[in-house]
Design a protein around this ligand. Structure first.
Ligand code: ATR
Length: 280
């Protein structure tokens, strides 16, 4: 099939997306042209225009372009609208359609790869930036019982809670009150603290017996949160590598209409873990 695909980011050289999409293409028996393109945020509109003229059919969007990509879209999915962020662009005759597959990627990783039943879980979401906004709607769709959003800047937590529009299940709390919020069955680190070399100081009393912990980062930037989770006796403590692979599979299916097997590439990337960079 003609046309090409790409991941756009800044920087983008470390991105695992080309490797993941090529592995998927091999798995389903098609050939794809998939490129990595470094785009400074201020260049995104012009670059998207040029890529569309050149025949690009779809693009994965990584840091720091997810919000700017949404602005460039003619249409967006509900989940991208709530996230204020787009990670998957599809070229249409009416312009770009933007979607956000991060949340469904996380839910698939938790429920299918790690066999975690999310229904009825009391969940703590740390952070209210693009990553947190991307995963929150899918967690609610997956049937969690309660979602408490805690962010350093409380206004961003409140804005996310408002956008989710589910007051019976979703609320915000202050970061300074983390020690008195009770116990959670699922704790998700959606902050970028470790990417900036900062360590979160989290109370162990957040952890319910047999709780699960997920860092949406992977590689080195997930180490300190996962160490906290293991010390708190987490039943499951995982980084965001599985989510990365699953969100890519979702984008692949949108573009090619075929669902690839994700286990092979996940295992291969996991085996090379030490070379991974934490922000695709
Ligand atoms: P991303 O796209 O990765 O979500 P982002 O939109 O810049 O990046 O959001 C970063 C998130 O990490 C925010 O929730 C941020 O909190 P603020 O909104 O208060 O800035 C959070 N964050 C970053 N450094 C942090 C730290 N040291 N402690 C707690 N939260 C932190």
């Amino acid at each position: 099939m003609s046309g090409f695909f790409a991941v756009l980011g800044h920087p983008v050289a470390h991105s695992l997306s080309p490797r993941i999409h090529q592995a998927f293409a091999k798995d389903v028996g098609i050939g794809i042209d998939y490129r990595a393109i470094d785009v400074a945020p201020e260049q995104l509109p012009a670059t998207l225009g040029a890529l569309a003229a050149d025949g690009i059919r779809g693009a994965n969007i990584t840091l720091p372009l997810k919000e700017a990509a949404k602005v460039a879209c003619a249409t967006v999915s509900d989940r991208a609208r709530i996230a204020h962020a787009v990670n998957t662009l599809t070229a249409t005759e009416h312009g770009w359609h933007g979607d956000n597959t991060d949340g469904v990627g996380l839910v698939r990783d938790l429920t299918e790869r790690h066999r975690l039943d999310l229904r009825g879980r009391r969940c703590l979401l740390l952070g209210a930036g693009g990553a947190a906004r991307g995963v929150a709607p899918a967690l609610l769709d997956a049937g969690i019982d309660r979602l408490i959003v805690v962010n350093r800047d409380p206004k961003r937590a409140d804005a996310l809670v408002d956008a989710l529009a589910d007051p019976a299940r979703v609320g915000s709390r202050y970061w300074k009150d983390l020690g008195s919020l009770g116990e959670f069955d699922l704790v998700i680190n959606a902050t970028s603290a470790a990417r900036d070399g900062q360590k979160l100081d989290l109370p162990f009393r957040l952890a319910a017996p047999r709780f699960a912990a997920v860092d949406l980062n992977y590689g080195d930037t997930a180490i300190s949160f996962l160490a906290w989770a293991r010390t708190a006796n987490a039943d499951l403590a995982i980084d965001g590598l599985g989510m990365l692979v699953e969100q890519a599979a979702e984008a692949f299916e949108i573009w090619h209409g075929k669902r690839p097997d994700t286990d092979g590439v996940y295992q291969a990337l996991r085996a090379g873990d030490r070379s991974l960079h934490g922000d695709d």
